[in-house]
Design a protein around this ligand. Structure first.
Ligand code: HEC
Ligand code: HEC
Length: 233
């Protein structure tokens, strides 16, 4: 063999195993999340019995204005995946989501999380609370409370509550009913994640604090837009 031919033969030998790669990938548990498969789960559910997510969260992840269902569009894939595993394992308990999460495979979870994480869906127009309530909420969100011994929520949840991905979800534009409900879930032990941060914070707050901070975050995006208009920004 000429050197060139030898080189070619060696390259061909190296390339040959490539044809087997798709099969190996299909069996490999470390797969690439596929948002298109996730979209099918969102629209149709799964054969083992998960209902379509869209029934409660809408196909665009904005859910509905009842606030009974969280907005999940644009939360990080890491956060959404973690919550679904938490529902399945019992770290987080909910009558709707626990059985649904248990009926999803690990691949389903990765795929549907990738789908909803990738959406930039509009925020639904919602009623705003009285200014004295949102003002108290804004204080808790930005500076916290020495009396309650809690730091400002935004220290962890990011400026304006836009989230600190991947681990910390956005609260800006999240439904007040849902935010208040989750803080009570931590108080009552139905949500056991982040015990030292969220578990602690929730237990320091009283019902009026919870209502105020939840109302503030629901409208913080529209307040931000109004402020920008007022200052011509
Ligand atoms: C029958 C209504 C219903 C359906 C269908 C449903 N969900 Fe939910 N989902 C809820 C409710 C209610 C909550 C709030 C649970 C709680 O308070 O702990 C929730 C919470 C979640 C959360 C946590 C969000 C957060 O901000 O922490 C994720 C993630 C989620 N659902 C994903 C899904 C996916 C994926 C599907 C489809 C496979 C789905 N849900 C189907 C009702 C539903
Ligand atoms: C020390 C950091 C830290 C502080 C301070 C903090 N949070 Fe959190 N928060 C977290 C983490 C981490 C999570 C994600 C928990 C999980 O993975 O389940 C979270 C999650 C949440 C959720 C759940 C959102 C969802 O989509 O389900 C709510 C609601 C929330 N925080 C409200 C607040 C409020 C209100 C305050 C201020 C009074 C606050 N947090 C302060 C770290 C913090």
């Amino acid at each position: 063999m000429t050197p060139a031919r030898r080189l070619f033969a060696a390259a061909a030998a190296l390339l040959a195993p490539l044809s087997t790669i798709p099969l190996v990938q299909a069996q490999n548990p470390v797969h690439q999340p596929d948002p298109r498969r996730g979209a099918v789960i969102a629209a149709q559910g799964t054969a083992p019995g998960a209902p379509p997510c869209a029934q409660c969260h809408a196909f665009n992840g904005a859910s509905d204005s009842s606030g009974a269902f969280p907005r999940i569009a644009g939360q990080s894939a890491y956060y959404l995946t973690k919550q679904l595993h938490d529902f399945a394992s019992g770290v987080r308990a909910n009558a709707f989501m626990s059985p649904i999460a248990k009926s999803l495979s690990s691949d389903d979870i990765d795929n549907v999380a990738a789908y909803y994480a990738g959406l930039d869906s509009p925020f639904l127009p919602l009623k705003t609370a009285a200014p004295e309530i949102t003002k108290r909420g804004e204080e808790l969100a930005t500076v916290g409370s020495a009396e309650r011994r809690v730091q400002g929520c935004n220290n962890c949840h990011g400026p304006g509550g836009i989230g600190e991905p991947p681990a910390i979800p956005y609260l800006a534009g999240q439904y007040a009913t849902y935010i208040a409900f989750e803080l009570k879930m931590w108080q009552q032990g139905f949500r056991k994640s982040s015990a030292d941060s969220m578990g602690y914070v929730a237990k320091q707050l009283d019902p009026a604090d919870i209502a105020a901070v939840a109302a503030y975050y629901q409208q913080v995006r529209s307040l931000g837009e109004q402020a920008a208009k007022a200052t011509g920004g």
